[in-house]
Design a binder for this molecule. Structure first.
Ligand SMILES: NC(=O)c1ccc[n+]([C@@H]2O[C@H](COP(=O)([O-])OP(=O)(O)OC[C@H]3O[C@@H](n4cnc5c(N)ncnc54)[C@H](O)[C@@H]3O)[C@@H](O)[C@H]2O)c1
Length: 260
């Protein structure tokens, strides 16, 4: 068991939740690998990290949708830091298509990024963590995994697959001192969220976008949306602070929207 993860790979760290997680980790003296396909965004995150602590973050450019992307990201982490104690599988892709109009291309891209990359990263990082005697992995899932969303079928199914991978990886890696959990964040106003909600509004024939957003927010039992900083706190708890006995858990941060 690794008592205190000090080197953490964060995927999708160029923007949104991954950016907030990277900053929060650096503030806790963790060395962070900022992994993303977006070079300019990753460089911005590195600059933001440097304002908190010098030499704590390193950019790793990888297209995780490619077959070798996940292995390449882990190889680069090991080349830069010599070890990996923790990983946040946060990179995600989402698009919106009416159920009867859905395309193979959208299914492929969604599953390459949200599913295959997550599984391959768990295996690649798991191997490196096993050598060190332990580690922690947090996969980012979504309330969508357990909802019926006709225009968001690929995304919802991909996050249900993330829940499955989290359970499988937790059991596979438990004997090696590696803990695997997931976080289901509520609605955060990131670039992905705005883009997909605009697509949803269009498909649903809603021209008043603000009214559409208000209705969606009103469905959250606590009555408001959350944000990346709040959700980063939950990621850090699972990654750094949770008791070692916590594994295979799906932590819900959705303000009551997603519940058992
Ligand atoms: N925003 C929300 O309300 C919300 C709710 C539930 C779950 N989530 C999940 O949270 C995670 C973060 O989402 P976000 O809202 O911050 O999105 P975002 O679009 O702001 O950030 C996602 C990041 O992933 C990167 N990425 C995408 N494809 C990649 C690839 N092939 N290789 C490497 N990097 C890639 C993007 O470049 C981007 O920097 C995602 O897994 C998303 O599904 C988001």
């Amino acid at each position: 068991m690794i008592e205190d993860p000090k080197v953490v790979l964060v995927t999708g760290a160029a923007a949104g939740l991954g950016h907030a997680v990277a900053l929060a980790l650096v503030a806790r003296d963790v060395q962070v690998g900022i992994c993303d396909i977006d070079e300019a965004g990753a460089a911005r995150t590195a600059l933001d990290c440097a304002e908190i602590a010098q030499d704590c973050a390193s950019v790793i450019i990888s297209d995780l949708a490619t077959p070798d992307g996940p292995d390449q990201a882990v190889r680069e982490m090991l080349a830069r830091f010599g070890r990996i104690d923790g990983m946040v599988n946060n990179a995600g892709y989402a698009t919106v298509e009416a159920f009867l109009e859905m395309t193979a291309a959208a299914w492929d891209r969604t599953f390459e990024v949200n599913v295959r990359a997550v599984a391959l990263l768990c295996a690649a990082a798991g191997k490196a963590m096993k050598v060190r005697g332990g580690g922690r992995i947090v996969n980012v899932t979504s309330p969508a995994a357990r909802m019926a969303l006709p225009n968001y079928a690929h995304y919802a199914a991909s996050k249900a697959a993330v829940d499955s991978i989290t359970r499988t990886a937790a059991i596979a890696l438990a004997p090696n001192g590696i803990r695997v959990n997931s976080l289901a964040p509520g609605m955060m106003d990131t670039e992905m969220q705005e883009r997909t909600e605009r697509m949803m509004a269009e498909i649903e024939g809603r021209s008043d976008f603000e009214a559409y957003l208000d209705e969606r927010t009103a469905r959250v039992p606590v009555g408001v949306r959350t944000n990346t900083e709040e959700m980063a706190k939950l990621v850090l708890w699972l990654l750094l602070d949770a008791p070692d006995y916590v594994t295979a858990e799906r932590f819900n941060g959705s303000g009551g929207l997603d519940r058992d």
